[in-house]
Design a protein around this ligand. Sequence first.
Ligand code: PLP
Length: 397
Amino acid sequence: MAGLSERMVALGSARSEIREAFAFAQARAAEVGPENVDDFSIGNPSVPAPESVGQTITRLVAEMDPVQLHGYTPAQGDPGVRQALADELNARYGTAYDKDCFYLTVGAAAALCCALSAMGCPGDEFITFAPYFPEYKVFVESAGGRLVAVPSNIEDFQIDFAALDAALNPSTKAVIINSPNNPTGVVYSEATIRRLGQVLAEKSKEYGHTIYLISDEPYREIVYGAEPLPWVPSYYANTLVCYSYSKSLSLPGQRIGYVLVPRTVEDFDLAYAAIAGAGRALGYVCAPNLFQQVAARCAGQTADISIYHRNRDLLLDSLREMGYTCAQPDGAFYLFPRALEPDARAFCLRARKYDLILVPGDSFGCPGHVRISYCVPTEQIQRALPKFKKLAEEYGL
Ligand code: PLP
């Protein structure tokens, strides 16, 4: 292999199981017609961006100086945009952030890469909770660290604190959480977040160095429960928030998000400088300006998430009635029921007989389960229910 990085060749050549399932669904749709294929593989928002997004773009293009609109902003983002994002969060959570706490990025993926690279030193361990978003492993290893996956409580997918305690050690640099969660849809309770904050504060003291908490929150606004989502930095001072508008505003292709470094983070100036340094080193400077401006004007709004809520209720209630077991998913747009046999991959292959496309939990570090991505038209769920039923009957339910 002439002069290429073996790791990058491997990463670029391997297709994830999610992509493989999606490609299979596309191929089947071409063969038998899309109306016969029920693809629940991919997490691409199915609800359009709110009208205000299109209106804002039209206004910006008509009214803003084009040289400015299409020009570079400072590496960390337009100061006015960053202040608008701070103001919006402050109004919502009673916080006191300012523009200098924000570093704008091309989506949550880049926000995570910046946060991880900002703190990753050789030998560092980053803990996350299985099941988890598979790219965490890629991002952590790119930052020079090692991902340690700690199993969650299998019944409700809250944190198993005994397992966390066993995994924490002086090499732990950070813990990554994702609530609402991909792939389970589970939302961490206030008790879970509070206890996590206490554990990390105690362990930071014991080890004599800060353990950071990276809160990956692209699904923050997509919640269905009665309880408001706990604002994580209020429970743990050394929290970095990685956010994007991909899901809340249905803008995944526009690549806009941020890292928020609260001023409560130890050595704030250095921490923010490290984020900016990571952005520079990774080439993640000056996120797309048009969508910086859109984010400033549309932050706090959401696409019509009532559609996801309806899908969640229909699918969850129906699957439970059929005998499937599924933890309560109060956010995002995923269900993570138990497969009906121990080998989730075999189960997903069986589902394909009905052109029902699911993703095995093995991809997320949690075998024995499947991910169902329900950001699809409600009619697709209605059409797929008899298929789920027939599949259940094959297993004697
Ligand atoms: N984190 C999680 C848990 C996700 O599910 C995703 C995307 O699906 C991302 C991060 C990346 O989001 P973005 O599209 O904003 O880069």
